[in-house]
Write a protein that binds this ligand. Structure first.
Ligand code: NAG
Ligand code: NAG
Length: 285
C-alpha cells in the first residue's frame, strides 16, 4: 500500500498555549489527586476508587472506564466523542512537542495513522507511549500542570483545560506493579476523557540475562529497540507526530497482516480517494 501524506492543516497554529504552571509541591501522593484539589464543575466525585486496591493510583469512573470521574459524571453522546478525542490528542501532541517530551503513537492510534493520519472513527481511546527519560522529565517538571487550548473544533470562549498527571509509581519498573501500568494521563478537565500514557523502558530482566536492546512497558508489551528508534516524524490529525521506526512490522505483529490492507472494518469502508473511513450505508452516497 502506498502511504499518502495529508496536506498540513496548520491546526497547530490555531492553538494558544496560554498557561502551564509548575507542580505546587513534589509531594508523593499514593492515589490520584484528590477530587477537591482538582474539581472543575462537579459536586460529587465519580471516581471508582472505592473498589480499587490501595496501591492503584489512577481510577476509572464509576460509569465508564474511558472517563475520569473527577471531571465527568456521564459519557458523551457517541457522535460528540470523536471530536473531543481529536482535540484531546491534538492538545497532547502539541504540548509534548512544545515542551520537548518524546512521545509517539502505538496500537490503534498507529493503525489509524497508517490509513489516513487520523484517529479511527470507531476508536474509543488514544494510545501513546513516551521514553523513559521523558516520563522522568514529565514527573519532575510537569506533574499536575494545566494547559489551556482554544480549538476550532471546540466552541468554548475561554478555551479548554487539559491536565497532565503523572503516576508516582512510574519509577517502579516491574510488571509486578500491575495496578499501575499507566504511567501518566492527559485529561480533558471538561469532558473527563483522557489519554493513557505508558513509558517504554529498558527491559531489565532481559538485560540481566545478557540480552541487549530489549524494551518493555508495564502493561507487558515488549519491543526491540530498533523497532521503535529512531522515531520517524509525520502528521496526525493535522499536528506533528512521531511514530515508531518499524511501524509496519509492529502493526502486523499486533493486528495481523490483513489489518494493513483490509478496507472494510467495524461497519466502515475505506475510501481510497477521499482517504476516509466511511460508515457503511453512507459509502454509496
Ligand atoms: C503528581 O501530583 C499528584 C497530586 O499532588 C501526586 O499525588 C502524585 O504523587 C504526583 N506524581 C509524581 C510523579 O510526583
Ligand atoms: C514495585 O511494585 C511491586 C508491586 O506492588 C512491589 O512488590 C515492589 O516492591 C515494587 N518495587 C519497587 C522497586 O518499588
Amino acid at each position: 500500500m502506498r502511504l499518502h501524506l495529508l496536506p498540513s492543516l496548520l491546526l497547530a497554529q490555531v492553538f494558544s498555549f496560554t498557561s502551564a504552571w509548575p507542580s505546587p509541591s513534589g509531594s508523593l501522593g499514593k492515589r490520584d489527586a484528590e477530587f477537591v484539589q482538582v474539581r472543575t464543575k462537579l459536586t460529587h466525585d465519580h471516581s471508582g476508587r472505592k473498589g480499587d486496591p490501595n496501591e492503584k493510583y489512577f481510577h476509572e469512573s464509576t460509569f465508564n472506564p474511558h472517563y475520569d470521574g473527577r471531571f465527568a459524571e456521564k459519557t458523551l453522546p457517541e457522535e460528540d466523542r470523536h471530536k473531543h478525542l481529536t482535540a484531546l490528542l491534538q492538545s497532547y501532541l502539541s504540548t509534548m512537542h512544545a515542551i520537548g517530551a518524546e512521545t509517539w503513537l502505538m496500537h490503534g492510534s498507529l493503525l489509524g495513522w497508517w490509513w489516513n493520519r487520523k484517529i479511527l472513527p470507531w476508536d474509543s481511546d488514544v494510545d501513546v507511549q513516551v521514553s523513559e527519560s521523558s516520563i522522568r522529565f514529565l514527573a519532575d517538571f510537569y506533574n499536575m500542570t494545566v494547559h489551556r487550548f482554544k480549538l476550532p473544533s471546540i466552541n468554548m470562549e475561554e478555551g479548554r483545560k487539559y491536565m497532565l498527571e503523572v503516576n508516582p509509581h512510574w519509577s517502579n519498573a516491574t510488571v509486578e506493579d500491575r495496578y499501575n501500568m499507566i504511567d501518566a494521563r492527559w485529561i480533558d478537565t471538561d469532558t473527563g476523557l483522557f489519554i493513557d500514557i505508558t513509558a517504554v523502558r529498558k527491559d531489565r530482566t532481559a538485560e540481566a540475562g545478557g540480552k541487549k536492546g530489549h524494551l518493555m512497558c508495564k502493561d507487558k508489551h515488549h519491543y526491540r529497540e530498533e523497532d521503535i528508534f529512531p522515531l520517524r516524524t509525520s502528521e496526525y490529525e493535522g499536528v506533528k507526530v512521531k511514530i515508531p521506526y518499524a511501524y509496519a512490522d509492529l502493526l502486523q505483529e499486533e493486528y495481523g497482516p490483513e489489518a494493513l490492507v483490509q478496507k472494510s472494518y467495524e461497519n466502515h469502508i475505506f475510501n481510497s480517494e477521499k482517504l476516509e473511513w466511511i460508515p457503511i450505508g453512507l459509502d454509496l452516497l
